[in-house]
Design a protein. Structure first.
Length: 553
């Protein structure tokens, strides 16, 4: 069964745009201006209060354009943009709204707030706040929930000066506006909270989220060097480092194929090493766990007094630094781990070195297998594991060669082969998906014939025709013991021009994996428990398949 979300803890998928099939989610991305009036299609505005308006290519959060507005008004409260939306859902459904904006001029009063408001459909009456408003800043996201009283409403973006000063010359860039009926999508009582929806949308916009909910995925495995600068793809460094190199020496590598080596300039008592900026990593005061390995290059490259220091800072800066770990480095590989909280959802995670006697010129340090996990988000507030419990989890993992522990209790294999048939409209994709598994050679997956017994049957379903509640899954494998097994393909999530072929293939390959006896593993493998837009088997997919089906000589 391939879940689109977990009932206990929402998992955020890169394919979220395929989950949200309701056209309500596209209420105006400012991509076009058919009327040539300077305002994105579908949006209305008060012509008397705007001195300038145009679609901008600056500070774009989504698509190609953002909306620029500059006010000319003596009023302290103005609706700057609004849109009428019909048939949003049923009474008492929860509607989530999110918009990104940026203050563009210093003339905006420091006490000016921006609000999301609703009014009656095609009306200025029936005002209600969707959010509590916030002081406008250089970069911010506004978000909130509204409970439907009628199925159709008007969404308003409103500026209000708290000191009742006028809003004249205040300028804003607006973009990335979403609206979702979360009751319709997730079910009554299972609607995500505001911070969960924000993360859901963030990960849908990013093909490679930096921070993961999946326990074993790393933010720094140093496998890729996309800039060809000797530095792992997700990491940055400073001019205090005069050499970056990715090492393949087995003494340095604790996971994957590469470790990160840094060579430092001498003289100073501390140097910033490598860092990663984490955006929307969680909520204020969430508890995080970090884990990584380091070692110094042997033969006197560093002083005995040199320490490895872990610090967190404000996002994209070295302001408000806090040391969360401090250890003497060693020529032997050393595991570093710890927990910390931060008051910001955006922060910088930095690995640096310090030496009270002055750092030795040419000191070289290796890093590998860096993990950072939001424990609060994964386990819930008040239920976070302790550092010792997390250390025990990580110490049990052989990162150099992960063994597979992801097997089902059942499969559809008979006499080391699977024969399949079906009525699904996606049978061509089924054939391609079978061929992908067949490239591993051990268990042939072939179409049923008059001379074979069918083992697996593919069926399309929609709503009540699906075997189980179809609100949270795209595909379902069902083992029927004494009859041919079934794979149900949910048309709610697979049908439509807006669904990519990679999304469909991922679902089908994943369900065939269950028929082969494989259980859910972790991102970015096909047998990961939620949909990713990929049709490529991951390392753990292959490890598990081989462990289950390769016969020893």
């Amino acid at each position: 069964m391939l879940l689109l979300l977990s009932a206990n803890n929402i998992r955020y998928t890169n394919a979220a745009n395929n989950v949200f099939t309701d056209s309500v989610n596209d209420i105006g991305n400012f991509e076009s201006d058919s009327n040539n009036d300077g305002v994105g299609d579908g949006w209305s505005y008060n012509t008397s209060i705007l001195s300038s308006k145009f679609l901008s290519t600056s500070y774009v959060y989504d698509g190609s354009y953002s909306q620029y507005l500059k006010l000319s008004t003596t009023n302290a409260v103005e609706n700057i943009l609004y849109k009428d939306l019909s048939q949003l859902g049923n009474v008492d459904d929860k509607i989530y709204v999110q918009v990104s904006y940026r203050k563009m001029t210093s003339q905006c009063d420091a006490n000016t707030k921006i609000y999301l408001k609703k009014t009656n459909y095609y009306s200025t009456s029936g005002y209600a706040n969707i959010d509590s408003g916030e002081l406008i800043t250089t970069t911010q996201t506004l978000k909130g929930y509204y409970t439907l009283k009628t199925s159709s409403i008007r969404i308003n973006l409103t500026l209000q000066n708290e000191d009742l000063n006028d809003l004249d010359s205040c300028g804003l860039i607006i973009d990335g506006l979403y609206i979702y009926n979360t009751t319709s999508i997730f079910g009554a009582g299972n609607e995500p909270e505001v911070h969960e929806m924000e993360k859901y949308i963030l990960n849908h916009k990013s093909n490679n989220p930096v921070l993961t909910n999946i326990l074993y995925e790393s933010i720094g495995d140093f496998e890729d060097d996309t800039d060809s600068n000797g530095l792992g793809a997700k990491w940055k460094t400073t001019d205090q480092v005069n050499g970056t190199y990715r090492s393949t020496h087995p003494d340095n590598v604790s996971s994957g194929s590469y470790a990160q080596r840094l060579q430092f300039n001498g003289g100073s008592t501390y140097h910033q090493g490598i860092f990663v900026n984490l955006y929307s990593a969680g909520d204020s005061n969430d508890l995080y766990y970090y884990y990584y390995t380091d070692r110094e290059r042997p033969n006197g490259y560093c002083n005995a007094s040199t320490k490895q220091r872990i610090r967190i800072y404000d996002f994209n800066s070295y302001s408000n630094g806090e040391t969360i770990g401090d250890h003497y480095i060693s020529t032997l590989e050393s595991v570093r781990s710890g927990t910390f909280t931060t008051s910001n959802s955006n922060f910088r995670f930095s690995l640096m070195i310090s030496d009270s006697n002055g750092i030795k010129d040419g000191c070289q340090v290796y890093y590998d297998n860096v993990h950072l996990i939001n424990l609060t988000e994964n386990y819930g507030k008040g239920f976070e594991p302790s550092k010792s419990e997390m250390d025990a989890i990580f110490s049990s993992i052989n990162f150099e060669s992960l063994d597979c522990n992801y097997f089902n209790d059942s499969d559809s294999v008979f006499d080391r082969e699977i024969h399949y048939d079906g009525t699904s409209i996606y049978m061509p994709e089924v054939h391609l998906a079978a061929d992908i598994w067949n490239e591993l050679y051990e268990i042939p997956i072939e179409e049923d014939t008059l001379f074979t017994i069918n083992d697996l049957y593919f069926i399309d379903c929609l709503d009540t025709s699906c075997r189980e509640s179809a609100t949270t899954w795209a595909g379902l494998y069902y083992n029927r013991l004494y009859e041919d097994d079934h794979i149900y393909l949910n048309l709610e999530y697979l049908f439509g021009d807006d669904v990519s072929n990679e999304f469909r293939m991922n679902v089908i390959i994943h369900e065939i994996g269950h028929a082969l006896g494989l259980h859910h593993s972790f991102h970015p493998n096909i047998m990961n428990s939620y949909v990713i837009e990929s049709d490529i088997l991951g390392d753990m997919d292959i490890v598990c398949y081989n462990e289950l089906w390769v016969e020893e000589e």
